[in-house]
Design a protein around this ligand. Structure first.
Ligand code: FES
Length: 288
């Protein structure tokens, strides 16, 4: 049984905005029944065609697919198409209080449906593969990497990059690629290396000024991108518990929980956050 948050359960049991919009301005469809998940998203714009005034969905999928679709329709209402497109799959998961990593592909599917709807509305070609999990990338459909799920290299690289993925298993959780025959896993690993190589070339330095909101976002980003993958490599993990100004509380999990070196690990986390976020960061370990 999955460990769903109360918000996921609520959106699964009482999904918002189920149904269709007969005179929708934009419709995006992704997934297929053959893949086990399918989502059709309908958007209605105001008379000036600027803001989304209504959003509905029809889906075939698990509890988290229904909850993610429900959340997405709530999130996009009142936004312009560009504002809606800026919603990341992580934000959909955050809206729901988090999703189990194995279910993150549901949040990705919601974002894909949105991209497909907007691309179609704007007159771009949308790939229409029978097993299509491929998103709306006009003019650059990419090469199919995962034949079982019809997933392209362009799509995989985008998901790896935006979610800071570092293992093929994570890529499977976020996209399903690799979750069938497994034949594409070596290629997925190559794509991860490619994206990580690109990341390594990016100069990163501590911002001069940060709003509280930005600071919190950056702390979370550094933990996900720079810290947790290192801990996973040794069978450990950490969870961000709270951020209060410059005080960051974390709990160590798995092999890191109760480890005699956790004090050193906390110090390593603190130094990394000071290096990339703000020099006054203090990391506190709370009991696991
Ligand atoms: S080709 Fe990707 S799982 Fe089969």
């Amino acid at each position: 049984m999955w460990d769903y948050t109360p918000i996921v359960k609520d959106h699964f049991l009482n999904p918002r905005n189920v149904g269709d919009i007969p005179d929708a301005d934009a419709v995006g469809e992704v997934g297929s029944l053959a893949c086990g998940d399918a989502l059709k998203l309908y958007l209605k714009l105001d008379e000036n065609k600027e803001k989304i005034v209504d959003a509905k969905f029809q889906t075939f999928g698990c509890a988290s697919a229904i909850a993610s679709s429900s959340a997405l329709t709530e999130m996009v209402k009142g936004k312009t198409l560009d504002e809606a497109l800026a919603i990341s799959n992580q934000e959909i998961a955050d809206f729901l209080g988090g999703l189990p990593e194995e279910k993150m592909h549901c949040s990705v599917m919601g974002q894909e449906a949105l991209e497909a709807a907007v691309a179609k509305y704007r007159g771009h070609e949308v790939p229409a593969h029978s097993h299509d999990h491929g998103p709306a990338y006009p003019d650059q459909e990419g090469t199919i990497v995962c034949k079982c799920f019809g997933i392209t290299d362009i799509f995989l690289k985008k998901v790896i990059e935006t979610n800071h993925l570092t293992t093929a298993e994570q890529v499977t959780h976020f996209t399903k690629a690799g979750g069938g025959c497994g034949g594409c896993i070596p290629k997925i690993k190559e794509l991860i290396d490619e994206v990580i190589g690109t990341r390594a070339e990016e100069p990163r330095k501590r911002p001069e000024k940060l709003s509280n909101m930005k600071k919190m976002q950056l702390i979370q980003e550094v933990l996900e991108r720079d810290i947790r993958p290192l801990l996973w490599a040794d069978g450990g993990d950490l969870e961000l518990i709270d951020i209060d100004g410059s005080r960051v509380q974390v709990a160590f999990r798995k092999a890191c929980a109760g480890c005699a070196s956790s004090g050193n690990t906390a110090r390593m986390v603190e130094l990394k956050l000071r290096d990339l976020v703000a020099e006054d960061i203090v990391v506190e370990e709370v009991p696991a």
